[in-house]
Design a binder for this molecule. Sequence first.
Ligand code: DGJ
Length: 556
Amino acid sequence: MQSRLLPLLLLAATAFTPATLSAQANSAPHLEKRGQATQLVVDGQPFLMLAGELNNSSSSSLSFMQPIWPRLAADHLNTVITPLTWELIEPTEGNYDFALVDGLLAQARANHEKIVFLWLASWKNGKSSYPPLWVKQDTKRFPRVERADGTKVDILSPASDALRDADARAYAALMAHIRTADTPQHTVLMMQVENEVGVLGDTRDHSAAANKAFNSPVPSELTAYLKAHKSDLEHELLTLWVSHGEKTSGTWPEIFGESPRTDEIFMAWNYARFIHVVTAKGKAAYDIPMYVNTWLGGGESQPGNYPSGGPQPRVIDIWKAAGSALDIYSPDLYDAAFASWCQRYHRPDNPLFMPETNGGANGAANVYYAVGEHAAIGFSPFAIDWPYQPGNPPDVWSEPAAASKSRVPPPQLATSYGVLAQITPQILDAQTRGQVHGFLLDKNHPSQDFTLGNYIAHVSLDEIFGFHGEGNGFGLILSTGPNEFLGAGQGFRVSFSPITPGKGQVGVATVDEGSFDNGKWIPGRRLNGDENDQGLFWRFDWLSEHIEKATVYQFQ
Ligand code: DGJ
C-alpha cells in the first residue's frame, strides 16, 4: 500500500514546486480545458480578449498606427486583431522582412495591448489579393480556380502543393520570428491563418486537377471520420451522408450526391487540407492557438455566393477530419441572428471566438451574451480603428439617425468593455463552474430562465409600475456563493425561485451597485424600494450599464 502511495506523494510534492509554477507561467499562450470551459491561458492565467479588429490596411504602416493604439487602450480593449500580409513579409521569394512585425509588437507593448495577428496570405475574402507579386504573376506554378465554363478567376487553387508549400514556408518563418521576438513577453496571443477562404462565383473549383480529384475516391481519412463520429456529426452533414446510403467508399458525388452541398464539402476538404499543413508548419516553429474565420452563408444562400469551402457549421466536421492543427473554427458574425450562430459554433470540441462582428450598440450588448452564455474566449468588432481615422464619422456601425430618437444614449462598446474588464476574474471563474449566463432581451424575446446554483433565475426586460424602458435589455449574471450573485448590464430584472419545488419563496435580500477598482469592490448606492421593486426584483435599469451585487433569502 505504502509503495503504491509513494509515487503519488512524490507527484503531489513535485506538482507545485516553484520551478513548475514558473514554467507554467512562462509557457506560450495556449488553450486549456478548465472545469466546464475551454479558456485561453496567458502566463499561467486565464485571459478574456476584449478585442477589436483593425481595418485591413491600418497595420501596414507604423506611423498610421501610432496614434491609434492609445485610443484603443482608452476604450478598454486589451487585444487588437492586427493584419500581417504575405506581400509585405516576403516581397521577393525567400527574403523575409519582419520590421513591421517588430514595430507593431513594440507599439502594442508600449500601450499594454495584446495582439492576435491575421496571416493574410493565399486568400482573403475568398480572393487572392495578398500574395506577393512573384506568386500572383506565376500562374503556371500557382494555378487559379476555374469556373464550370472554363474561365479562370483571381483565386489561387487550393489544389496546388506548390502554393501550399510556399505559403507554409513563409508562415513558418513568421512564427519562428515571433517566437524569438515575443519570448518571454507573450504579446501575441493567437494567430488567424488566412481569412474567409472559399471559392466565390461557383460552387467549386472546376480546373482539370480539381475535376479529377472530385471524381476519384473520397480519402479514407474522411470516410473513417464520418463512421467514427456518426453519433455527433453536424446534422446537415449527417443527413446528406445518410440519405445517400451512408457509404464508406466512392467518389464525392457517390458518397454525398450531386449538389452544390457536395461541391462545398469537396472544397472544404481541399481548403482544410491545405490550411492544416500551413498551420502545422507554423506551430512547429511556435505553438500558440491558431484559428480560421468564416464568411457565413445564411439561409438558402448557395455556396459560391459566399465562399464555398470555408468552415460553415455544416462542414466543420469535414475540416476536423482533414487535420488537427487548427484549434478553433470562428464565425465572422454580422448576421442579426447572433445567438443562433453562437450556438452553432460553440461546440464541446470548439470554443467560441469571434474575430469579426458588429460594434456599436449591437456589439455592446452581444458581448455579454457571447462571454456569459457561451464562454467566448474573445469578442472583436471589425473596423475598430475607423472612428480614429482622420475625417471618418464617429462610428461606422452607428444606428441610423431615425433609431436614435431615444432620450437614453445607445449603449457603447467601450462602456461594455469597461464594465466587463472590471469583472473579468469573476466571469472567468464562473465559466469554469458553469455558473454564468448571458442574455439578450427584446420585445420578441422578453424573458428567459436559467439555473444558477440552487435557484432558477427568471430574467426579463426591466419594468417598474408597468413602465418599460426604451430599448432592449442585455447582461450577464453569475453566482459568487450559495445565495450571492454578481451581475452587469442594462434594462433587465431578475427574480428567483428555488430549484426544488415546495421549498418556499425567494426574496431579494440586498442589492448594491458599485464598481471594481483593481479587483477591490467600491460600493455605491444600496438599492431598495422602487429600485428593487420593493424586494421582488434585482433590477438593472435601462438608463446605463452597471455592475450590481445581490443576495437572496428563502421564506415559506
Ligand atoms: C470580412 C473580412 O474578413 C474583413 O477583412 C473585411 O473585409 C470585412 N469583411 C468588411 O466588412
